[in-house]
Design a protein around this ligand. Sequence first.
Ligand code: AMP
Ligand code: ZN
Length: 114
Amino acid sequence: MTDCIFCKIVNGEIKTTLIYEDDKVLAFNDIDPQAPVHILVIPKEHISSINNINENNHEIVGYIYSIISKLAKEKGIADKGYRIVSNCGQEGGQTVDHLHFHLLGGRNLQWPPG
Ligand code: AMP
Ligand code: ZN
């Protein structure tokens, strides 16, 4: 999508600190980190949110989790623990309408979220 920030990151129009890339997904550092490790993992395909996951495209979610699992180990947070967040819609706190998963770790995360 032409006006989507994350699609612009996928096609190189906007620069980020790239953590991981393959033909299906991209992972990069969040520009406004909320924890010592704060990585966003996104599908390269534009999917607006979890609301647009269905039987035709759900495999990407499992694939993204496999990448997250790998990145958590690489970043040294797998054993201590971390959190995956995918905000959906206005009340869920979603500000970028391109499906993404926050990988947060490196500090004691509180619960419940705000
Ligand atoms: P959400 O609020 O859950 O939709 O998450 C969107 C995230 O994207 C926020 O944590 C932002 O800090 C992050 N973000 C927005 N623009 C950029 C960018 N250009 N590079 C990296 N992260 C970004
Ligand atoms: Zn997009």
